[in-house]
Design a protein around this ligand. Structure first.
Ligand SMILES: [Zn+2]
Ligand SMILES: [Zn+2]
Length: 295
């Protein structure tokens, strides 16, 4: 049975309603994966609001959804209260990786409290269940296997690998692929195309052969060099990761909130040119709100 991946929010850091971001979309991260009759969601940025409305319209309406939170930065949780209000009959299982499960529960409960989110106490909303993930132990939900792995990002972050019926989709938003790699400054200064850039070994192994790799490609090389430490990647290093992992499709994700549609398109062209020079035939595109892909 196929896996369907739909992008509901693709923008990093803060949503934008600017006219110049209309093509790729201005909502913050949310990706839906449908597999084996299950609904799996990566992150609860503002894009999840429209997903909630969509789920409420489906027939039959799903009884449960599985929400995987990469981390708790605001752009990855800010749509949650609106989502829960849109799907009052849904049971939402929230998965995350942290040393302290109670802190995730406490922080999200705080976000849903009256101090942060005006609500009528009578208003029904979806119920939440919290599940703790362990990087060493895949979790199996129905016929879908989900693994988590740590990513280099300030405060910590996790990527997720979804596998079903021989297909694999990898979600790795909010990661600095060059963090800790010796010589990264020099490599991103020259954009040398003769050598593939070193990338994190765990993510490389996790992504190997994936049908789709969704990965942070927020910056071009010059942007990366002036924003080292903010925890995001050059789209060219993301391309090198995809080539080395031999993935079948690469989706650049977490677009910079200041990037116009034309800037995003330029990044895709840069990546395609780099892949061509390296002899890789790799479909590369920028994640775009509203687009659904089938694998
Ligand atoms: Zn983010
Ligand atoms: Zn973040």
């Amino acid at each position: 049975m196929a896996m369907i991946v739909k992008f509901w929010g693709v923008r990093g850091s803060i949503p934008t309603t600017a006219q110049w971001a209309r093509v790729f979309g201005g909502n913050t991260p949310c990706v839906e994966i449908r597999a084996a009759d299950g609904v799996f969601i990566c992150d609860a940025g503002t894009g999840i609001r429209e997903l909630g409305r969509d789920l409420a319209r489906r027939s039959p309406a799903p009884k449960a959804a599985h929400l995987f939170l990469s981390h708790l930065h605001l752009d990855h949780i800010q749509g949650l209260p609106f989502f829960l209000a849109a799907v009052p009959d849904l049971r939402v299982h929230v998965y995350g990786v942290s040393d302290d499960d109670t802190s995730r529960r406490r922080l999200l409960s705080g976000e849903l409290g009256a101090e942060f989110f005006p609500q009528n106490v009578e208003q029904p909303r979806a119920s939440l269940a919290f599940d703790q993930l362990d990087d060493t132990e895949p979790c199996v939900i129905g016929d879908v296997r989900v693994r988590s792995l740590p990513l280099k990002h300030p405060g910590g972050c996790h990527g997720f690998v979804f596998e079903h019926d021989g297909r694999k989709v990898v979600y790795a938003s909010d990661v600095d692929l060059d963090a800790g790699q010796a010589g990264a400054q020099e490599r991103t200064a020259t954009s040398d195309v003769m050598t593939l850039r070193p990338v994190p070994r765990a993510l490389l192994n996790a992504a190997r052969g994936a049908d789709l790799l969704i990965v942070d490609g927020q910056y071009n090389d010059p942007q990366y060099r002036v924003r080292v430490g903010s925890g995001h990647s050059s789209c060219l290093t993301a391309t090198d990761l995809a080539i080395q992992a031999d993935v079948k499709n690469l989706a650049l994700f977490h677009h910079d909130p200041d990037d116009r549609d034309s800037d995003v398109e330029t990044k895709v062209k840069l990546c395609l040119a780099r892949a061509a020079k390296l002899g890789a035939e790799l479909p590369i595109f920028a994640a775009r709100e509203g687009v659904a892909l089938k694998f």
